[in-house]
Design a protein around this ligand. Structure first.
Ligand SMILES: NC(=O)c1ccc[n+]([C@@H]2O[C@H](COP(=O)([O-])OP(=O)(O)OC[C@H]3O[C@@H](n4cnc5c(N)ncnc54)[C@H](OP(=O)(O)O)[C@@H]3O)[C@@H](O)[C@H]2O)c1
Length: 276
């Protein structure tokens, strides 16, 4: 039997099917050429943790109790609607080390095989392009990306190591400067991707990229899964690591769904916010 959720907002209260829930939001139709629709999806505990830090190494990790198959399915439904995914050097290093699984292709995971046909039926490219943000330029492009013929753009800052920039260009990958220092800036990255013709851009990078995109008012929509747990942990990460955001961080709730059978027997909320 398919998993059911409860819609709490907007009214009326109703039982809805998880499968297809975020496909119905038609994210892929929200943007236009030159005016992309930018969205992100984060998982958080009630006390706002998106990751904890290992007390010995200081390295952040995603606690297992934050993740559920339901959330992952919805993540895949959002990914299936993207023209372009924004990822980062840290993810590609973790993928190469076998620390994280591959989420770079539609249909790469059994929970989302149906999404290959879903995309095809809507005339979308078989796979989204990839924009990789990196200051270090230390990562490897996975073989799966070449096998699927995905377009790849490497974004970095003007302060990046010129030898590494040249190295990537020699390998045939465009390296694009989108920031004054070493970091990529949201207000430069998004318009460039818009000029390339991408209409729906899904941020699957971490909190630093979310910060620069939302701070510069280029985020259109935030999906957030909130698991009903107080996580604690002395060292942790939150969604926006930079200074106080002010009005750029003011959101409007568009929908809220409740899953009473979330992680560890507690519930979870699936919320969708648009930026004011
Ligand atoms: N709960 C959730 O929904 C969620 C979502 C995402 C991440 N997380 C967790 O949060 C923790 C931290 O996230 P993270 O490591 O993915 O992300 P992060 O700390 O935001 O960024 C990691 C890497 O991204 C690149 N990067 C980020 N911002 C950049 C910028 N403005 N310009 C250029 N490069 C930039 C850098 O790569 P280089 O080192 O190559 O320069 C950096 O090392 C992890 O444990 C992760 O699992 C949780």
């Amino acid at each position: 039997m398919q998993k059911q959720l409860f819609r709490l907002y907007p009214p009326p209260y109703a039982e809805v099917s998880l499968q297809g829930l975020y496909l119905q939001h038609q994210v892929y139709e929200q943007g236009r050429v030159g005016q992309p629709f930018v969205y992100a999806n984060f998982l958080a505990s009630l006390d706002g943790r998106i990751a904890l830090e290992d007390i010995h190494t200081g390295r952040p990790y995603l606690p297992k109790s934050l993740t559920t198959p339901a959330d992952f399915r919805l993540f895949l439904e959002l990914e299936a609607q993207a023209d372009c995914l924004v990822t980062h050097g840290g993810y590609l290093r973790a993928l190469a080390e076998g620390l994280l699984g591959n989420i770079l292709q539609i249909g790469a995971h059994p929970a989302g095989v149906d999404l290959v046909d879903w995309r095809k039926a809507r005339g979308l490219a078989p796979q989204p392009a990839l924009a990789i943000a990196s200051a270090s330029l230390d990562f490897v492009i996975p073989r799966s990306v070449r096998e699927h013929g995905q377009s790849v753009y490497i974004f970095t800052g003007e302060g990046a190591d010129p030898i590494k920039v040249e190295g990537w260009r020699k390998e045939g990958y465009p390296v694009i400067f989108a920031g004054k220092g070493c970091l990529v800036e949201g207000q430069k990255l998004i318009p460039i991707l818009g000029d390339f013709g991408y209409r729906s851009i899904y941020l699957i990078a971490g909190p630093s990229m979310l910060d620069t995109v939302v701070r510069n008012s280029w985020l259109n929509r935030l999906y957030q899964t909130t698991t009903h747990q107080l996580m604690g942990g002395e060292a942790f990460r939150t969604m926006v690591p930079g200074p106080e955001l002010g009005p750029a961080g003011h959101l409007i709730l568009r929908s809220l769904y409740f899953d009473p059978k979330g992680p560890g027997g507690t519930g979870q909320w699936f919320s969708r916010f648009d930026i004011q």
